[in-house]
Ligand binder design. Sequence first.
Ligand code: SF4
Length: 215
Amino acid sequence: MLIEIESLFTIIGEVVVYFVFLLLLVAILGSLLIGYSFKTEKFIFPGFMLFSITLLENLVKALFRLINMDDSIVDDVGIALKNKISMRKFRNTPINKRLIFFPQCLRAINCPSKLSPEGMQCINCGNCEVGQAKKTAEELGYKVFIVPGSSFIRRLVRKHKPSAILGVGCITEIKAGLEMCEKLNLYGEGLVLEKAGCVATVLDWDKFYEFIETT
Ligand code: SF4
């Protein structure tokens, strides 16, 4: 009996060691592919990369830190990958079924807009680019909102029932937004801010206009 228990523990131990080894192997391969994609902007085995980023994010980031590389590369590639995966379906979505969300931190510090249940009500005062960008996107058929937080986004999504969303925000917000889109079966695209923060954040507006005019 004692021998049977000992051999059972041995088997369990071996299984655990193999499992940890397998996870490490997946994380190392995922990290190599992520590093390669970041350098070349080419995605090889995107499904495998997404799997390693989604399930082993902390381990993959730890490997990046171990070799003195910036672990935000993992987030950058993860977002680019998710954007690429949903791009075709986003493109095929009629523009009037798409919403755009800007974060309120993108507004000018002296922004005169007032908060409403639909987010900040921009009057296109000219103090920042948000007003012109909103106008251009609305002329194309998008519904555009400037929101103070994720609770607004969830409420506006429930109200307007879009099929696709373009979100602008910091890396953390974009990651959360894309996850929300996956859960709600929406086609999400994320544009990451060039400079994040609480106020006066910066977006590459050329990238934004290019996206809405060509997608
Ligand atoms: S353009 Fe709109 S968002 Fe920008 S400062 Fe003026 S009112 Fe605020």
